[in-house]
Design a binder for this molecule. Structure first.
Ligand SMILES: O=C(O)CCC(=O)C(=O)O
Ligand SMILES: [Fe+2]
Length: 201
């Protein structure tokens, strides 16, 4: 396994790390996408004021808690008291894609997690990437090839960082945030380009 860990304060850190390669840009990571003060401000407002929901989901013959809080906003109805329009504008400067939905995850502590998965392709516009801004405490993400689980990379997602994953990668690779022994609260803000509603039916 490769481990990629870069801190914003590391003078020798590259501006961008290529974590996975493919014809659509693969997975690219910018550790210092926004400055520390901006990341702190965004975390404070979102943690306090977003519409966080605790979901339960059927799994086999049981109903289980989703082990993190979720909040979702379509980009054409962003609440004015949240910094999401500003975040979207900055993400679009770096990644010019037709993002239409913002999904957020709140990992309250090390027990919160997301299992290894590829994002659902039928809910994403073909060819457009997913962009993910991290806020709050660092958390480790694992990315692995579906065809060879030994082909994997661990990246410590720092507050103020941006991770961009290609559409193609959602079928060739899985990503997840494993549980951690100790972790302070973290938020990820995920920008996706959704297909028009009609094509979902
Ligand atoms: O929180 C993260 O960094 C990953 C979230 C994720 O994979 C998702 O929302 O699909
Ligand atoms: Fe995901």
């Amino acid at each position: 396994m490769r481990t990629a860990s870069v801190s914003r304060d590391d003078l020798f850190a590259p501006a961008m790390l290529q974590l996975v390669d493919d014809a659509q840009g693969g997975a690219r990571y910018w550790p210092g996408f926004v400055d520390a003060d901006t990341a702190r401000r965004w975390f404070e407002v979102l943690s306090a004021q977003a519409d966080w929901r605790h979901l339960r989901r059927p799994m086999y013959d049981r109903v289980v808690d989703v082990p993190r809080l979720l909040a979702n906003y379509p980009v054409d109805a962003l609440p004015a008291d949240l910094p999401l329009a500003d975040m979207l504008a900055r993400v679009r400067e770096r990644v010019p894609a037709p993002f239409s939905s913002i999904g957020m995850n709140f990992y309250r502590d090390g027990q919160d997690s997301v299992a290894m998965h590829g994002d659902k392709l039928h809910t994403l516009r073909d060819g457009h990437p997913i962009a993910l801004v991290s806020l709050g405490a660092p958390r480790r993400m694992l990315i692995r090839a579906v065809a060879d689980h030994a082909d994997r990379v661990a990246i410590d997602l720092m507050p103020g960082s941006l991770l961009v994953m290609s559409h193609a990668m959602q079928s060739t690779h899985e990503h997840g945030i494993p549980k951690a022994r100790h972790a302070a609260p973290r938020i990820s803000v995920v920008f996706r380009a959704r297909p028009p509603v009609a094509s979902l039916l």
